[in-house]
Design a protein around this ligand. Structure first.
Ligand SMILES: C[S@@+](CC[C@H](N)C(=O)[O-])C[C@H]1O[C@@H](n2cnc3c(N)ncnc32)[C@H](O)[C@@H]1O
Length: 318
């Protein structure tokens, strides 16, 4: 198994991921590359560090597919791929203080102010790394944007426990990524930064998404399932940056139903089906196993809304 789509990660493994999945007989070191693009650097790292387990996290499914082919073609057995937003997957998939190295090559700088929290220059990201890096572990950033490198440095300097190991302009790098080659051809400068986490100083990690079953078993309110699902179609909801919308609905002659749900958590979009099925004289609802989503707040909100439509006590009180 070289890669994991959402259902494998969520259903096939509890969180944090079992060590047997993450560290298949390696020397115990765990490297993470965020936003690996075409996977060239990931494959390079897998080859250069055969004893370490190298986990790539990428939000683009197309990139994951491409990189999976590359990793497989190279015969690398120490590389794992995760599809999704690293800000959500790191807390879901890894144990606290378990990462030796986190690498970010040429991220999008998110220049607009309203997207500032998506940058690594955000205090949230530095805080996240402080919880998941091992003491002595480090974070490496490469970028072509000078203000981005500068503000990343300031952001990590503001958090006790991080220290600057190295900061360079136009360094000779062991491997040039696709974007690095592109920027070099355009004559742009590149900036690298390495910060080390000493450990301590930051409160114990709070799991961002708590473990809980997403299955809900609600009394059927008596309406036919088809009309309940029709009523849910195009319904929107959620809180703050965690939103959902329901789209197409289907029912089967056997009394089961499927509803397409789309959720967005701080820009992290997921598409999945909710399955409605008879269970012990009631109708239960859960994410369909073929498209299991990560358990984000928006996913939970969507599930609550669906169960309310089935006649949960919450909706009757309302
Ligand atoms: C500019 S590309 C750089 C790709 C590669 N690192 C390189 O240097 O060639 C940025 C990549 O980060 C991915 N990305 C952006 N935000 C992400 C996130 N929150 N989690 C994981 N990947 C992300 C994008 O899909 C894209 O492939």
């Amino acid at each position: 198994m070289y890669w994991a789509f959402q259902d494998v990660v969520v259903d096939g493994a509890r969180h944090p991921l079992p060590l047997s999945w993450v560290v298949p007989g390696g020397d115990g070191r765990l490297f993470v590359e965020i936003g690996f693009g075409n996977g060239e650097f990931l494959a390079h790292l897998g080859r250069a560090e055969p004893g370490a387990t190298v986990v790539g996290i990428e939000v683009s499914q197309w990139c994951v597919t491409k990189a999976a082919r590359r990793v497989q073609a190279c015969g690398l057995t120490n590389v794992r791929l995760l599809w999704g937003d690293a800000r959500h997957l790191i807390p879901l998939c890894f144990a606290p203080a378990s990462l030796d190295r986190v690498i970010l090559n040429f991220p999008c700088p998110w220049p607009k102010n309203r997207h500032a929290s998506r940058r690594v220059t955000s205090p949230e990201f530095a805080g996240l790394l402080s919880r998941f890096l091992k003491p002595g572990g480090f974070f490496s950033l490469a970028t072509d944007v000078d203000w981005y490198a500068r503000s990343a440095r300031e952001c990590f300097a503001a958090l006790p426990g991080f220290s600057l190991r190295e900061e360079r302009t136009n360094p000779q790098r062991e491997y040039l990524t696709k974007y690095e080659r592109k920027w070099k051809e355009e004559g742009r400068d590149t900036f690298t930064l390495e910060v080390e986490w000493a450990g301590g100083g930051v409160p114990a990690p709070e799991p961002r998404f708590e473990e809980e079953s997403l299955e809900m078993d609600m009394p059927n309110c008596g309406q036919g399932l088809a009309s309940i699902l029709e009523g849910l179609r195009d319904r929107e909801g959620g809180r703050g940056d965690h939103r959902f919308v329901f789209r197409e609905a289907f029912t089967s002659p056997g009394g089961e139903g499927i509803l397409l749900a789309i959720t967005v958590d701080e820009g992290f979009e997921q598409h999945f089906f909710l399955r409605f099925y008879p269970s012990r004289g009631r109708i239960a609802v859960k994410p369909d196993p073929t498209t299991l989503p990560y358990r984000t707040p928006a996913v939970k909100e969507a599930l609550k809304e669906a169960s309310r439509a089935l006649g949960s006590p919450a909706s009757r009180e309302a």
